[in-house]
Structures are given as structure tokens and as C-alpha cells.
Design a protein around this ligand. Structure first.
Ligand code: TXA
Ligand code: MG
Length: 332
């Protein structure tokens, strides 16, 4: 059930008291606090178990509010906001004085995004300022794409009244926003998402760099924590295999398995079988729900069939592959 005006009013009160509210967006649920409330922002880091050097996204109701968070809302930032907001694009700009340094993990920049979800836009408008929101999950694990996922993740905190969940239904996009920095000389995609680098380049009218690979968490302040190798991961060990290797892997494993695969001929003999949509948008929107279901099914191994690459949705598949690589990476 989707929340109504009364719950939004309750969420506003909760935020003003310095407590946390999990809010829906079109990508994943966020763990919200008022961006100007340093202590509440501290509670967000604590509740997630997030290292303090990992900066948070500030969610705004539009470009006008974004301008209040930076001394330089550049032409490029403005073009991106016009092209993609409200929507799954986060823009990294210089951090202004109104944004406490804890929000940015001590760094000189701030990430801003206007989410495409009517409930959350209403919440931000009513509270009148930006809301920080990392994904509402324990650090390193799967992002939540429904209110029930958030409740599973933070049951005790909710019971204690430290966290309220605003239910806005299932998330449409399903994987986290594309993060683009417009601070340096040339714009750079720091985290891939459903909006591809080529669309960003088209909106900007210039080349856009794409950062690949992972940041080493031991290497000091992180450019983008979502780029750490093991991240977005289920608790159960997960592996990524091409379709032709799956039958053999199942036979040889000797443990209960959950298989996450695009529907194919035949029924694999596994404990749990989760069928994925074959199109990129459908796949992205189902991915975290599928991995949570696999994780909860009591198996010892999750086998994920390697999805396609290339084609007209090549950039969405690339963002999906980015998350799958992290979901199946060895734990540090
Ligand atoms: O779709 C999303 O972006 C969701 C919803 C709730 O908006 N939020 C989300 O937040 O995924 P989180 O904290 O799980 O991931 C935020 C990512 C980090 O991994 C990092 O890559 C980047 O945003 N980020 C945040 N602030 C940054 C900054 N100042 N500079 C560079 N990257 C930053
Ligand atoms: Mg996250």
C-alpha cells in the first residue's frame, strides 16, 4: 500500500526531530535524514554501518533547490538537470557552505539528485530542504527495491522508532542512479546506471569519460564508494556463469542452489529457480528482488546466468553487469 498525505506529514515531523525516514525513489529506497542536520546524518552512517569517508547523495525537489547547495551550479549541471530530472541521474558538483562536510565524507564536492517519485518529491517540498539518502540497506549488501525489503533490513530500528518507512510501492528502475561528476575539466561517469554515458554526452554536447574497474578501499578517500569490489551483494555466495556451464556446475556442486536465469527451455533441478525478464529494463528492475529472494531461500550457492551484452540496450546491460560483478566478487 502506498503512503498518503498523513504519512508524509508524519515523515516530515520525524525528519524535523532528527530521526530517519526511508523513502521510495524510482531506483531503490533511500535512508533519509535532513541534509543540514549533522547528527541525523551521522545516524544514517551508523545505521548502515557505512564508512565515514563514503559521501551521500542529497535528494532535492528540483534545480532551484540544487542551486542552494553549491557555489557553482554550472551550465553543464543545468543541462543535465534539464535533460534527466526528475530521474535516475546524480550530479556531482562543488559543495556549498550549507552542506555539512559529513555529508560528503569530508570532501569538497556534493552529489545531488532529483528522484522521480511523487511521494518523495512531496516529502522534500514539504520539509523544504534536501534529504540525504544512501540506499536503505546495510553497507555492502543489496539495495532495497520495496518497503518490505527495508523492513527486513532494519526491523529492530523500525520497532524502536528510530526509522520510519514511507511505502511508495516497488521501484521501477531497480538499480541505482548513474553518477556523473561535472567538477573536473571533462565530465565523468563515476557509477553506471540506466542512463548511459552516451545519453549524458549527448545532453552535454561534449565527451564524457567513463571510469571502469574498482577503487581500492585501502587507497584512502574514495572517489565513489559504490565502486568497491564487493558491494550490492547477497549474503549467500554468488557466482556468475555462462548458460552452457550451468548444468555441470549444478551437478558438481553438491549443495542447495538458487538459480537466477533468463527463462530458457527445460527446468533445471535446483532448490530455487528464479526466472528473469529477457529485456534490459525488466532485468534491471527485477535484479535486487530476485537476489533477495534467492538469498532468503536457504540455499548455499546462488548461480546467476550471465545476461546478454550489447544490442540497443548495451549501456543498461553494462550497468547490470557492473552490479553483478560486485554481487559475485570475493568479500574483502
Ligand atoms: O539511485 C540512487 O542513487 C540511490 C537512491 C536512494 O537515490 N542512492 C544510492 O546511494 O544509491 P548510495 O549512497 O548507496 O550510493 C551513492 C553513490 C556512491 O556509491 C558514490 O558512488 C556516489 O554516489 N557519490 C555520492 N557522493 C559523491 C561525491 N561527492 N563524489 C563522488 N561520488 C559520490
Ligand atoms: Mg548503496
Amino acid at each position: 500500500m502506498s503512503a498518503g498525505p498523513e504519512e508524509i506529514a508524519r515523515a516530515v515531523a520525524q525528519l524535523r526531530e532528527g530521526r530517519l525516514v526511508a523513502f521510495p525513489t524510482e531506483t531503490v529506497y533511500g535512508l533519509g535524514a535532513l541534509a543540514t542536520d549533522e547528527r541525523a546524518v551521522g545516524r544514517v552512517f551508523a545505521m548502515k554501518g557505512r564508512p565515514p569517508g563514503n559521501p551521500l547523495i542529497v535528494h532535492v525537489s528540483g534545480e532551484e533547490m540544487a542551486r542552494t547547495l553549491t557555489p557553482r551550479w554550472t551550465e553543464r549541471a543545468s543541462r543535465l538537470a534539464n535533460a534527466f530530472w526528475p530521474g535516475p541521474l546524480t550530479i556531482v558538483v562543488e559543495r556549498g557552505q550549507r552542506v555539512p562536510s559529513v555529508v560528503s565524507g569530508g570532501g569538497p564536492t556534493v552529489a545531488v539528485r532529483c528522484p522521480a517519485h511523487p511521494l518523495t518529491l512531496a516529502l522534500i517540498e514539504m520539509v523544504g530542504e534536501g534529504i540525504v539518502g544512501p540506499s536503505a540497506n546495510r553497507s555492502g549488501f543489496l539495495s532495497p527495491t520495496s518497503a518490505a525489503h527495508v523492513e527486513d533490513e532494519f526491523r529492530e530500528e523500525i520497532e524502536r522508532g528510530d526509522l520510519m518507512v514511507l511505502d511508495g510501492g516497488a521501484c521501477r528502475a531497480g538499480i541505482e542512479s548513474t553518477v556523473v561528476s561535472v567538477v573536473g575539466e571533462s565530465p565523468e561517469v563515476l557509477r553506471p546506471g540506466v542512463i548511459g554515458a552516451s545519453e549524458v554526452a549527448r545532453a552535454l554536447g561534449c565527451d564524457v569519460r567513463e571510469r571502469r574497474g574498482s577503487d581500492d578501499p585501502a587507497a584512502g578517500p574514495m572517489a565513489s564508494p559504490g565502486r568497491m569490489e564487493s558491494h550490492y551483494a547477497p549474503r549467500t555466495r554468488a557466482v556468475l556463469l555462462p548458460r552452457e556451464q550451468i548444468g555441470r556446475a549444478i551437478e558438481e556442486s553438491g549443495v542447495p542452489i538458487a538459480l537466477v536465469a533468463i527463462a530458457g527451455p527445460g527446468r533445471p533441478r535446483v532448490h530455487t529457480h528464479i526466472e528473469m525478464p529477457g529485456d534490459a529494463i525488466g532485468y534491471a528492475s527485477s535484479l535486487y528482488r530476485a537476489l533477495r529472494e534467492a538469498d532468503a531461500s536457504g540455499v548455499e550457492l546462488i548461480i546467476i546466468e550471465r545476461p546478454p551484452t550489447g544490442g540497443t540496450d548495451a549501456e543498461i546491460w553494462a550497468a547490470i553487469h557492473d552490479r553483478l560483478a560486485r554481487a559475485t566478487a570475493p568479500r574483502v
